[in-house]
Design a protein. Structure first.
Lengths: 112, 114
């Protein structure tokens, strides 16, 4: 596609609910990253895929967070038993060459 | 670990003023350096980048030079416009030449008044 797309753009969840956030990277981009951006802060790294392999998940804040990219294209970030502190914008980025990442519009998650 | 320190905002300037946003980083390797911009209501966009020492990245009148000796990547623009109002993020990444995650500063909000 023309750019990275994410869905849904906005998600309101009740505390304890599970959510799934989707990312469609730019076609042909082998690398995919997830970031979490709290209000007024810079994005923070969550996890990284190269094709279908999850090479780094050191930024996932707890075992309630899980990400997958089973066919090396679309990725899903799943958050189980959401908590209020999970409220943030979740950004997906993809890249083809070293270092230049292209970001999607983000999913704004609000946990009530 | 690797980290980045970015000038805190908000920064308010008049149109046509000179802009500098300072950025320094710590690194155990040789990262690529990026400036991203986030316009109101929009997603992060790559503004410019530099991949090795003494490289100068430039775009839309903005410039930044990779200074290895001072581990800095300050953003400059000679004459800002109202349309430059946005949040600017400095981000080292791609440490050691590998595809690594970006480490973002806290962002500097720039407001340009007519």
């Amino acid at each position: 596609g023309a750019g990275v797309s994410q869905s849904p753009r906005y998600k309101v969840a009740k505390r304890g609910q599970d959510v799934a956030l989707r990312c469609d990277p730019i076609s042909g981009h082998v690398s995919l990253f997830w970031y979490q951006q709290a209000l007024g802060q810079g994005p923070e790294f969550l996890t990284y895929f190269q094709n279908e392999a999850q090479l780094d998940k050191s930024g996932l804040p707890s075992d309630r967070f899980f990400a997958e990219r089973p066919e090396g294209s679309v990725s899903t970030l799943k958050i189980q038993r959401t908590q209020q502190e999970d409220s943030a914008v979740y950004l997906c980025a993809s890249s083809r060459d070293q270092g230049t990442q292209y970001f999607g519009p983000g999913t704004r998650l609000l946990v009530l | 670990g690797n980290s980045v320190t970015q000038m805190e905002g908000p920064v308010t300037l008049s149109e046509e003023a000179f802009l500098t946003i300072n950025c320094t980083y710590t690194a155990t390797g040789y990262p690529s350096l990026f400036w991203y911009v986030q316009y109101p209501g929009e997603g992060l966009q790559l503004l410019l980048k530099a991949t090795k020492a003494d490289d100068k990245g430039s775009n839309k009148g903005f410039e930044a030079t990779y200074r290895k000796e001072t581990t800095s990547f300050h953003l400059e623009k000679g004459s800002v416009q109202v349309s430059d109002s946005a949040v600017y993020f400095c981000a080292p990444g791609g440490y050691g030449g590998s595809q690594g995650n970006l480490i973002f500063g806290k962002g500097t909000k720039l407001s340009v008044k007519p």
